[in-house]
Design a protein around this ligand. Structure first.
Ligand code: SF4
Length: 345
């Protein structure tokens, strides 16, 4: 048996092009690869599933692993991940994305998995200089050091621009066949994908999770300011990614579905609160979490009517359920768009 056949490596797989290419490069060198995919609760795939976008597509990581023919371990770290989002040691990126802490956390997990399963090293699809903060050289070094993987963390796409790692020094991996990709451009990766015959990959989204998304980040900051970090549960994390979010002047939150799947989600997401729907016109489902006061329910009813097909009518009937009283119908004047815009988070 060739030496290389005994070398086993752990590759982090988000399902995006870079991590897919990194695995392909390792496979081409005869390395046996196990892909690890971590569910943090903030992935785009998770949000799309909740919000009903591309509902029939399996996780991108699953598709990528199947296409590459490598075993995939999916590990849910969402409970442990939340504190890291709230108190990142290395701060946030352009949104609420704690990328450096996130990489350290996930790579520590990968290291533990590697050791428990007799693998030799860990690799990722990180590209030097691709992201302004987390993938500059000092951050890559910090991540390597803090994850405990010093010398055992290979970045095949940028390896020739980085210090040789133990796998290269020991000849497990041929450094000459690794790459020197850097920067934000995607040309090199797309060319490499063509060369490897990889055609099915998601378009780059500017990050691997929605903590980088400005709208989501704004909502999360608003949530933490009004309701406090202790109120942030995994359900709330998902809820912040769904629908339109408005905050009444009283401080209460109102969430309005934008389409059928979001409406269905709001009605079944497990967050307690009052649900509103229009009676005579097609319209959204609205959730007012917690126990809103009567005036707040009335405002939420006006908002529900304002987003319904009855928005031009002088009065619209809105059904209210879940406020601790029998289901009732309120007749309200739809709120005008400008007023709703002013409440938007
Ligand atoms: S964008 Fe990627 S690295 Fe940054 S916090 Fe999200 S999952 Fe982690």
């Amino acid at each position: 048996m060739d030496d290389k056949e005994r070398i086993k490596a752990v590759g982090l797989l988000s399902g995006g092009l870079d991590s897919t290419l990194a695995i392909k490069i390792m496979l081409e060198q005869g390395i046996r690869v196990t892909a690890l995919h971590f569910r943090t609760g903030f992935s785009f795939v998770e949000r799309n599933r909740v919000a009903g976008r591309e509902p029939s597509r399996p996780y991108d990581a699953e598709r990528a692993a199947a296409m590459l023919g490598v075993p995939l371990e999916v590990i849910d770290v969402s409970d442990e991940y939340l504190p890291l989002v709230l108190h990142p040691r290395y701060g946030y990126g352009s949104g609420m994305n704690p990328c450096v802490d996130c990489r350290i956390f996930l790579l520590r997990k990968a290291k533990a998995w590697m050791e428990a399963h007799g693998h030799h090293f860990v690799f990722t699809g990180e590209v030097l200089g691709q992201r302004p903060k987390s993938q500059m050289r000092p951050s890559l070094n910090t991540v390597e050091r803090e994850s405990g993987l010093r010398g055992y963390l290979l970045r095949p796409l940028s390896a020739k621009l980085l210090r040789p790692t133990v796998p290269e020094q020991r000849g497990w991996v041929n450094r000459e066949k690794l790459y020197e990709i850097s920067g934000r451009g995607r040309k090199e990766q797309i060319r490499l994908a063509e060369q490897f015959g990889i055609t099915d990959y998601p378009q780059p989204s500017g990050g691997c999770c929605y903590l980088i998304d400005q709208t989501y980040s704004r909502r999360l900051r608003d949530f933490l300011a009004h309701e406090g970090p202790e109120a942030l549960t995994p359900e709330q994390v998902q809820l912040l990614a769904v629908g339109r979010h408005l905050r009444l002047l009283s401080g209460h939150k109102v969430i309005v579905g934008r389409h059928e799947r979001e409406n269905a989600y709001l009605a079944t997401c497990g967050v307690e609160g009052v649900l509103l729907t229009t009676v005579d016109h097609p319209g959204p489902t609205t959730l007012v979490p917690g126990g809103p006061a009567r005036e707040e329910i009335e405002l939420a009813a006006r908002i529900t009517a304002g987003y319904s097909d009855g928005k031009e009518e002088p009065a619209v009937r809105v059904e209210v359920r879940g406020d601790g009283e029998p289901v009732k119908v309120l007749t309200v004047a739809p709120m005008v768009r400008e007023e709703m815009q002013a409440l938007m988070v």
